[in-house]
Design a protein around this ligand. Structure first.
Ligand code: BTN
Length: 261
């Protein structure tokens, strides 16, 4: 309601643009798609590189009532994976589309297919009567809310593997006929539903579905503080459970790398 959809030929980064607008007070629901990003960003200060036509890059900005957002990237990843590959392949490996905690879409052969970057800005929602379309996403009364920017990048076509440690996967590996517009149309309705469900109920109800797409479960992982252990799935709050020699740890934000098979 009251939102807009924009497709830009070129922008530095769709996330940067929506965060810029939020700081200037533009906090309406917005879907911003870019054919080309000149400074696409990933998590932890990394770059997201893509050339026009080889990937789907967009951000969704939504005013949302405050809550614990830590499980949102898992909910988003789950919606995207389930919509782009509704049926798990009978022989699961290697073309299963799954999730690498906390924000990556991977194929089960350990190649990255896409990533999610979530950023938030705080703002004060005007009260009822201001014309702000608040009913669906945020409370009607004047209240502090967050503008949540969900950025998604998905490799669509095979691309030049130069510069990548592991050559990335692309959507056409599992759905040869799908191009960027088709992928966006496919994933958008479930994504909006998924975000709305997360805003209402949090991550806990999604835990079983997440487990079916969890590509880390049972694998040895290395944590950014140097510890290692075996991933045991995620908790009701979305934290990654890792069994280490020192005991079970719940990881909320550290980077996790997986030992190659
Ligand atoms: C990651 O892999 O660390 C996350 C990558 C997120 C990339 C998307 S592309 C659209 C949006 N705009 C950006 O600058 N980044 C996200």
């Amino acid at each position: 309601p009251g939102g807009s959809v924009e497709v830009l030929e070129r922008i530095d980064s769709t996330n940067t643009e929506l965060m810029r607008r939020a700081r200037e007070g533009h906090c309406a629901p917005t879907l911003l798609v870019a054919e080309q990003q000149t400074a696409g960003r990933g998590r932890l200060g990394r770059q997201w590189l893509s050339s026009p036509g080889d990937s789907l890059t967009f951000s969704l900005g939504l005013p949302l009532a405050p809550r614990d957002w830590s499980g949102l990237s898992l909910a988003v990843g789950l919606s995207v994976a389930e919509s782009l590959q509704p049926e798990l392949p009978a022989s699961a490996l290697p073309l299963k589309l799954g999730l690498k905690w906390p924000n990556d879409l991977w194929l089960a052969d350990d190649r990255k297919l896409g990533g999610i970057l979530i950023e938030t800005a705080s703002f004060v929602l005007p009260g009822v009567g201001s014309g702000f379309p608040s009913s669906l996403w945020a409370p009607a009364a004047a209240t502090a809310a967050r503008y949540v920017v969900i950025g998604i990048g998905i490799n669509i076509r095979p691309r030049d593997a130069q510069g990548f440690a592991t050559p990335p996967a692309c959507l056409q590996d599992i759905a040869p006929e799908m191009d960027a517009p088709a992928a966006l149309l496919r994933l958008l309705p479930p994504l909006l539903e998924g975000v709305q469900a997360f805003a209402a109920h949090g991550f806990a109800p999604l835990r079983t579905r997440y487990a079916a797409r969890d590509l880390l479960a049972g694998r040895e992982v290395l944590l950014s503080d140097g510890a290692s252990g075996v991933a045991q799935g995620v908790g009701a709050d979305g934290a990654l459970q890792v069994q280490t020699p020192a005991g079970l740890r719940a990881i909320t934000s550290a980077e996790v790398s997986v030992r190659p098979r």
